[in-house]
Design a protein around this ligand. Structure first.
Ligand SMILES: Nc1ncnc2c1ncn2[C@@H]1O[C@H](COP(=O)(O)OP(=O)(O)O)[C@@H](O)[C@H]1O
Ligand SMILES: [Mg+2]
Length: 510
């Protein structure tokens, strides 16, 4: 018995490998405003996660500015707890996020930690899947062209500035003009999508007041939309580093669903605030400021993020990630640095205008200045059919209306076109929290562009269009079903649609 113990010991000693491992640890040189200068970590990788071992426990950080003799690190927690001389341990991992279906319905921060008081997101024992927060966008060979609509439920957008799955469409405008309302409605509308698969939505709130985010979550919950939505929140009270990281976290979660072969929609509300946060971080870590004091690579920050939106081809699972970034302008100035950057990176923009908003033309979409560069390829035939005429007539109306202000007497043709334009503008109005499925949009726009509302007071056109849809619900359900199923307006359907509208008008006049 003792012999065998000795044998074992001998074996162990022979096998002893005298490998000396050196572990690099750093030391905090100085700390302030969420940024720490750390010595002794010259080998750290960009975006490598660091552990700050403070007297108050471990606080996470990431390597941000890599310089020769020291590095600038972002502290991702309460930086007041980090003190000069604290030990900093590199983790060897770049910043990553745990992902999974369990995120659906949850509110998380930029590090993926729950913020909704509903306990841990992942059950212990479940497979742990980590995704790097920064990832190279899929290459062209993995992509397919955008060909499926992402219906927002907003008439003016789905008809004239359609968004396709995998596209990047910017929403831009001043503050308090309905930008957030549009995207909230778009999320809610995904729950009503019956023609295509329902996308998973990720709403990223950047630098918004906590109370506002809570209100949005409440709205989404009441609408049943949290069943397919993840909210990533970096509220105004959180450090700027988290404002900066939140969009990446949202994008990463979206990528996870895209890689599952699903469609995902990520909304960044808004990237102006992310740019401010980045500027602050860069200035604090003493990077040289460029235009408008933003660091020189701010363009790269936004393009790298938005490039990750994609429609993958079949060989790569066929999933998609659609991105809707929001940019807030100051006094409508779209030529400022950040707006021009993001306009040039995206596949189109929806431009919201204060004058329209104040006149009550809401959503305040300026159709003339808005475009979607890939959208119409991703529109149903039915929508394409009614939308072409709509765009044209509205463009003519805008021209005529400007000119008619100065003309005393107008010929009949001009008057008619102006009346039609007014009706169309009214029919495109839409209150909040009333997203409309595309087959209903098609019917309403069909009626307006085919002159069925020409004889009514334009101020009443919106109300009448809703009444008409209500009448069709009761008497002609089949027409909606046909448009929904086929995605087209066949000759036969068109006849039925015309009959339904005429019948409604007759019944309305009695
Ligand atoms: N379609 C709409 N109809 C009526 N009111 C709207 C509409 N869209 C937005 N609003 C109102 O306008 C205000 C600003 O909207 P919000 O979406 O928060 O603007 P932003 O995100 O551009 O700051 C809110 O009070 C909202 O209720
Ligand atoms: Mg907003």
């Amino acid at each position: 018995m003792p012999d065998s113990i000795i044998d074992t010991l001998k074996k162990e000693i022979e096998g002893f490998d005298r490998e000396i491992r050196s572990e690099k640890i750093g030391k905090v040189l100085e700390v302030g405003d969420g940024i720490a200068r750390v010595s002794g970590l010259s080998g750290a990788a960009s975006q490598e996660m660091l552990d700050f071992e403070t007297s108050n426990g471990v606080i996470k950080g990431i390597a941000f500015n890599l310089e020769e003799d020291n590095i600038g690190a972002i502290i991702l927690g309460d930086y007041l707890k980090v003190k000069e001389g604290d030990v900093v341990r590199p983790t060897g991992r770049v910043l990553s996020l745990r992902v999974g279906d369990e995120l659906i319905g949850r509110v998380v921060n930029a590090l993926g930690e729950p913020q909704d008081g509903k306990g841990p997101i992942f059950k212990s024992g479940a497979a742990e899947v980590f995704y790097p927060v920064d990832r190279i966008a899929p290459g062209v060979t993995a992509r397919e062209s955008v060909n499926t609509p992402l219906h927002t439920g907003i008439k003016a957008i789905d008809s004239m500035i359609p968004i396709g799955r995998g596209q990047r469409e910017l929403i831009i405008g001043d503050r308090q003009i309905g930008k957030s309302s549009i995207v909230i409605d778009a999320i809610i509308n995904q729950g009503k999508e019956t023609r295509y698969s329902r996308p998973i939505c990720i709403y990223v709130a950047i630098g918004q007041k906590e109370s506002k985010v809570a209100k949005i979550v409440d709205t989404l919950t009441k609408a049943g939309a949290m069943e397919y939505t993840v909210v990533v929140s970096a509220p105004s009270s959180s450090p700027s580093s988290l404002w900066f990281l939140a969009p990446y976290a949202g994008c990463t979660i979206g990528e996870y669903f895209m890689h599952q072969g699903k469609d995902a929609l990520v909304i960044y509300d808004d990237l102006s605030k992310q740019a401010w946060a980045y500027r602050e971080m860069a200035l604090l870590s003493r990077r040289p400021p460029g235009r408008e004091a933003y660091p020189g690579d701010i363009f790269y920050v936004h393009s790298r993020l938005l490039e990750r939106a994609a429609r993958l081809n079949k060989e790569n699972g066929g999933g998609s990630l659609t991105a809707i970034p929001i940019i807030e302008t100051q006094l409508g100035d779209v030529s400022a640095y950040i707006p021009t950057n993001v306009i040039s990176i995206t596949d189109g923009q929806i431009y919201l205008e204060p004058e329209l908003f104040n006149q009550g033309m809401r959503p305040a979409v300026n159709v003339g200045l808005s475009v979607s560069r890939v959208g119409s390829a991703a529109q149903t035939k039915a929508m394409k059919k009614v939308a072409g005429k709509l765009r044209l007539e509205l463009a003519q109306f805008r021209e005529l209306a400007a000119f008619a202000q100065f003309a005393s007497d107008l010929d009949e043709g001009t008057k008619k076109r102006i009346q039609r334009g007014k009706i169309l503008s009214q029919v495109l109005k839409q209150g909040e929290l009333q997203p409309m499925p595309f087959e209903r949009q098609v019917a309403a726009i069909f009626a307006a562009t085919n002159g069925y509302f020409d004889d009514i007071d334009s101020e009443k056109a919106l109300e009448i269009s809703y009444q008409m849809l209500g009448y069709m619900d009761k008497m002609h359900q089949g027409v909606f079903a046909e448009i929904l199923k086929s995605g087209e307006i066949s000759k036969e359907t068109e006849e039925k649609l015309k009959r339904a509208i005429s019948e409604f008008k007759d019944s309305n006049h009695e």
